[in-house]
Design a protein around this ligand. Structure first.
Ligand code: ADP
Length: 294
């Protein structure tokens, strides 16, 4: 199984003429409430790809419909607790050009603690993987316990923050970063320097750097594996990274070879960028198989 310690956010999306100014009140032309959060998106992508995924997280009890949605996607939600605190949520203003401005509140995502971590990792097996992003609390403790239990640990430090630098890096087996996260974490700007940094400072781990439409690079042992992105007409790249991680890890954790798994991740994320939205842009496995057969 893949145990994903991940955020579940409720995205409140408002269509507005312009971003609200200081002191101003504006009317919104349209409103949509969507399931979001990098954690939930990655669980959805994992489940779509056929992985056995358990989502560990917290949402407000009045948002239990979102839990039902995740269950319908095929995700094991026994460790997704409904609590009294407000759910993590984002207030998203979208202007006609498509640009957005976002206020994010971590809410219940930031209340994952020791008890939840111990509980979720209690009955794990050595073949299990643990996955997390940077939108939930308790990361240092979770990484340490997962390592003690000899589980394989995948970490996607998104959104990047200073606190990532002080996490126990030695507990991480697989690091997945995009170009921006890679630059911030390494303190380097040029891709060659970034790669050199990870080869020396992260030699204990496998490192994947996703490069948008330039594809992906994986550093594994002393090898550098490069896989091109598929050429598609992109309309919305939201959740490209989440889709990549879900499809990659579903394949990789089932012993597919690295190059094969990277290719599946690239195919799934290429399809996702041709569709609008986040979770709703994550493709079904039959679409990915068909895309790869072309
Ligand atoms: P993030 O969404 O986290 O910023 P990236 O932009 O690096 O991550 O995208 C993740 C993966 O999605 C890439 O490695 C690539 O395979 C795929 N992808 C992203 N943008 C495109 C695109 N315009 N065309 C084709 N594939 C893309």
């Amino acid at each position: 199984a893949i145990i994903n310690f991940g955020s579940v956010n409720i995205d409140h999306v408002y269509q507005v003429d312009h971003f609200v100014n200081p002191g101003e009140t504006i009317a919104s032309q349209d409103y949509q409430q969507l399931l979001g959060g990098k954690g939930a998106n990655q669980s959805i992508a994992l489940a779509a790809a056929g992985a056995d995924v358990k989502h560990v997280g917290k949402i407000n009890q009045s948002d239990s419909a979102f839990k039902q949605t995740l269950i319908k996607h095929g995700i094991d939600c026994q460790f997704l607790q409904c609590v009294e605190s407000p759910s993590g949520h984002a207030i998203i203003q979208v202007i006609p050009s498509g640009e957005n401005a976002i206020v994010l509140f971590g809410g219940a995502n930031q209340e994952i603690g020791s008890k939840d971590i111990l509980h979720a990792l209690d009955k794990t097996r050595p073949s299990d993987w643990v996955l997390t992003q940077n939108e939930t609390s308790g990361l240092a403790e979770m990484l340490q316990l997962a390592k003690e239990k000899k589980l394989r640990v995948a970490f996607n430090p998104a959104p990047m923050s200073e606190s990532v630098k002080s996490l126990p890096h030695e507990c991480i087996d697989l690091l997945v970063v995009n170009e921006v996260e890679a630059a911030e974490l390494s303190g380097e700007h040029e891709l060659d320097a970034i790669i050199a940094h990870f080869k020396t400072k992260w030699s204990h781990a496998e490192v994947i750097i996703t490069l948008g439409k330039a594809g992906v690079i994986m550093l594994k042992n002393n090898e550098t594996i490069q896989v091109d992105a598929f050429i598609v007409d992109a309309v919305d790249t939201t959740a490209a990274g989440d889709t990549f991680i879900g499809y990659f890890l579903a394949a990789y954790s089932q012993h597919a070879d690295a190059r094969q798994a990277l290719k599946r991740g690239c195919a799934a994320s290429a399809i996702s960028v041709t569709r609008m939205g986040a979770a709703q842009s994550i493709p079904a496995v039959k679409d990915v198989d068909r895309f790869l057969a072309k």
